[in-house]
Write a protein that binds this ligand. Structure first.
Ligand code: GUN
Ligand code: ZN
Length: 445
C-alpha cells in the first residue's frame, strides 16, 4: 500500500537477515530469511514492505534510498533483563550475589532518589543501548517512583520500546531503599496509570526477588497483576545457591523458589524470570504450563559466579519455556548482544551443548520479542511491525576484516559464519546505525 503523501516514507537498501520461526525447534536454515540485496519501505515508523531491491524499487520510482553496502541489517536487539541504575557499577570486583548487592548495588541505587541524577543515568543508559543496537529492553529501576519517571521520560524522548517498573522491596535492604506493601502497591498503581501504553512504553510490576519482599508485599503485587492483567511481572529467580537456600528459609511453606511467586499469582504468560539456573524439573514444567519466560543472562552468570544456565532444558520438546537474553548490567559485564551471545555460546559448550549462531541471534531478536509477548510488534521484518533495525558492519576491525573477508560468497551459510565471528569478536564498534521506529540514530564508529 502506498501511504498518504504527508506521511514520512523512507527506503533502506542492504542485506537483511531475520527469523520467521524458532531454530531450536525447526531446521535452522528454514527459520531464517536472508535477502542479499533487499529494499525495505518504512512509513510512519512501520515496515510496509521488504523484498529484493530489483522487485521493489520499480514500485517506488521517486523514493530516495539510504544504502548500506557491505552491511548486514538485523531487527533491533531485545534485552529482556537489565538494571539501568547499575550502569555506573559495571565491572565491580570480587563479590558473589548477596555481598555484591550490599557492597555495590544498594548504595548506588540510593543515589537515584535524586530525580535529576536518575535522569542523567537514564539518558546515558539509553544511549548505551542504542550504541549497541538494542531498541527494546525490559529494565529494572529502583524503589523510588521518580527513578521510573526519569527512565520513561528519557525513553519517550527517544521513542524507544521500554518496559519498566518500580522495584518492590520491603525487607533485607538498607532502610533508605525500603517501601512498604501499601506504598509499593499505591505507587505502582499510579505509575501503571501514568505510563502503561503511553506511546511505546509498557509497565512491569517488579518485586526485586523473594528475599527482599514479604508475603504481604508479594500478595499485593498479585492483586495489582489481577487488576491490570495486561502489565508484566518481572523478577529474579534461582540465580545462586546461597540465595535459593535463604528463600527456602524465608518461605518454609513453599515447595520451591518458583512456588513462592506462584502462590501469589505471579507466574503468568507475561512474567519474566531472570536467571533460573537452579530449577527442578517441576519448576521448568510449571514455567512451561504457565507460558512464562526466562531471561538468560550469560555475562552476569559468569561474572557473579552464579552457574551455567541450562538452555537445553528450557528449549526441550516436553517443557518448552520461552527464553530471551538479558545483559543484566551491572552484574552483567556488557551492553553488547555480541558479547552476551559470546558468553552464552561458551556456557553451552561447558555443558557439551552447541549454541549455533542462528540460535544465538534468534534469542537476541525474535526470541526476546516472544518472551515479552511483543512479537506482533517487533522481532522481525514482517510488514506491519515497528521499524526497529540495527545495521552491522561485519568487517569493522582489522581482525574482523581478515576473518570475514574469507567469505566471498553471499550464501546464507557464509553470512551465518560471519555472524558467528561477529559474536566472538564483535562489540559496539560493529554497530554502524540503529533505527528506532524508522528514525535513524547514526553512530560515531
Ligand atoms: N537479585 C536480586 N537483585 C539482583 C540484582 O540487582 N542483580 C542480580 N544479578 N541479581 C539480583
Ligand atoms: Zn538482574
Amino acid at each position: 500500500m502506498i501511504p498518504n503523501s504527508n506521511i514520512k516514507i523512507s527506503a533502506i537498501r542492504g542485506s537483511f537477515l531475520d527469523f520467521i520461526a524458532d531454530p531450536f525447534f525447526y531446521p535452522e536454515l528454514e527459520t531464517v530469511r536472508y535477502i542479499d540485496d533487499g529494499l525495505m519501505i518504512v512509513s510512519a515508523g512501520i515496515i510496509q514492505e521488504l523484498d529484493t531491491y530489483d522487485r521493489l524499487k520499480p514500485k517506488y520510482p521517486e523514493i530516495s534510498v539510504t544504502s548500506y553496502p557491505g552491511m548486514l541489517i538485523l531487527p533491533g536487539f531485545v534485552d529482556i533483563h537489565v538494571h539501568y541504575p547499575q550502569t555506573e557499577i559495571i565491572g565491580s570486583y570480587g563479590k558473589q550475589l548477596l555481598e555484591w548487592l550490599n557492597k555495590y548495588t544498594f548504595p548506588t541505587e540510593g543515589k537515584l532518589k535524586d530525580k535529576s541524577y536518575a535522569k542523567k543515568i537514564a539518558s546515558f543508559f539509553l544511549e548505551q543501548l542504542l550504541e549497541n543496537g538494542t531498541t527494546t529492553a525490559l529494565v529494572l529501576t529502583t524503589v523510588y517512583p521518580q527513578s521510573v519517571d526519569a527512565l520513561f521520560e528519557e525513553a519517550k524522548k527517544r521513542n524507544m520500546r521500554i518496559i519498566a517498573g518500580k522495584m518492590l522491596m520491603d525487607r533485607n535492604a538498607p532502610d533508605y531503599l525500603l517501601d512498604t506493601p501499601e506504598t509499593s502497591y499505591e505507587d505502582s498503581k499510579k505509575l501503571i496509570q501514568k505510563w502503561h501504553g503511553q506511546g511505546r512504553l509498557l509497565y512491569a510490576i517488579t518485586p526485586r526477588f523473594a528475599i527482599t519482599s514479604t508475603s504481604e508485599q508479594l500478595h499485593l503485587a498479585g492483586v495489582l497483576k489481577q487488576e491490570f492483567p495486561d502489565v508484566y511481572l518481572h523478577t529474579h529467580l534461582s540465580e545462586q545457591q546461597q540465595e535459593v537456600e535463604l528463600v527456602a528459609q524465608l518461605f518454609p511453606n513453599s515447595k520451591d523458589y518458583l512456588d513462592v511467586y506462584d502462590k501469589f499469582g505471579l507466574v503468568t504468560n507475561k512474567s519474566i524470570f531472570a536467571h533460573s539456573i537452579y530449577l527442578s524439573d517441576y519448576e521448568f514444567k510449571r514455567l512451561s504450563e504457565a507460558d512464562s519466560n526466562i531471561a538468560f543472562c550469560p555475562t552476569s552468570n559468569l561474572f557473579l559466579g552464579s552457574g551455567l544456565f541450562q538452555i537445553h532444558r528450557a528449549k526441550s520438546e516436553q517443557n518448552q519455556v520461552q527464553v530471551g537474553l538479558g545483559t543484566d548490567v551491572g552484574g552483567g559485564t556488557s551492553f553488547s548482544m555480541f558479547k552476551t551471545d559470546n558468553e552464552a555460546y561458551k556456557i553451552a559448550q561447558l555443558q557439551g551443548q552447541n549454541l549455533s549462531s542462528l540460535k544465538a541471534f534468534y534469542l537476541a531478536t525474535l526470541g526476546g520479542a516472544k518472551s515479552l509477548n511483543l512479537d506482533d510488534k517487533i522481532g522481525n521484518f514482517n510488514a506491519g511491525k515497528e521499524a526497529d533495525l540495527v545495521v552491522l558492519n561485519p568487517r569493522v576491525t582489522p581482525l574482523l576484516k581478515l576473518r570475514n573477508e574469507r567469505n566471498k560468497s553471499h550464501s546464507v551459510i557464509n553470512i551465518v559464519d560471519e555472524l558467528f565471528a561477529l559474536t566472538i569478536l564483535g562489540d559496539e564498534r560493529a554497530v554502524k546505525a540503529t533505527y528506532v521506529a524508522g528514525n535513524l540514530t547514526l553512530l560515531a564508529h
